[in-house]
Design a protein around this ligand. Structure first.
Ligand code: ZN
Length: 186
């Protein structure tokens, strides 16, 4: 069991701008921050999320973890190997957008249709404090945009342009899942 707990919508920490991580603190592999990153990975896997941002476990820091391997919530999606991104910043958004049904561990049970850039360039540091430039497209780009929004106090609802496409998971499966499959083929 993870020692962390998911902060849900209504918890003010989800609406705060998260603080940058002091990269010096990453140097010691036995540091508290490294243990925290491990704990984030554990709870993301337990909750079957494809990404998690530190504010979602009540820590106002600019850290995200992502991983998608045969994920049940998002079938037919490409795998994303486990990655930790610290102080991530999107430096370029493609103009072209894609619409996808997102969910969020902090908005348990909701699904919403969200427009996102199809491709982004992100600068971030890995957990060893090394700078990385990541080119992401499709599902991976969407996950990064969703998680980085959490560091800026935003949730996917804020990005929706049509709230008639907000549904509980059960109703999503009843009324929208076929529509979503069609959309995924385009
Ligand atoms: Zn989320």
């Amino acid at each position: 069991m993870s020692s962390l707990e998911i902060a849900r919508l209504g918890n003010p920490i989800l609406r705060k701008i998260a603080e940058p991580v002091d990269l010096q603190a990453l140097a010691d592999p036995d540091s508290e921050i490294q243990a925290f990153i491990d704990a984030m990975t554990v709870i993301m896997r337990e909750e079957e999320g494809v990404g998690l941002a530190a504010p979602q476990v009540s820590r106002s820091l600019r850290i995200i973890v992502v991983e998608s391997l045969d994920n049940k919530r998002y079938d037919n999606r490409p795998d994303i190997p486990l990655a930790v991104f610290i102080n991530p910043r999107i430096t370029c958004y493609a103009e072209e957008q894609i619409l996808g049904w997102e969910s969020c561990l902090s908005l348990a049970d909701f699904r919403g249709l969200v427009p996102r850039s199809k491709q982004v360039t992100m600068e971030a540091y890995n957990r060893r404090g090394e700078k990385q430039v990541v080119e992401a497209k499709g599902f991976f780009a969407v996950v990064l945009q969703h998680e980085i929004d959490h560091l800026n106090g935003l949730v996917f609802l804020d990005r929706m342009t049509d709230l008639t496409k907000l549904a509980y998971q059960k109703e999503f499966e009843t009324y929208w899942v076929e529509d979503a499959k069609q959309a995924a083929k385009i």
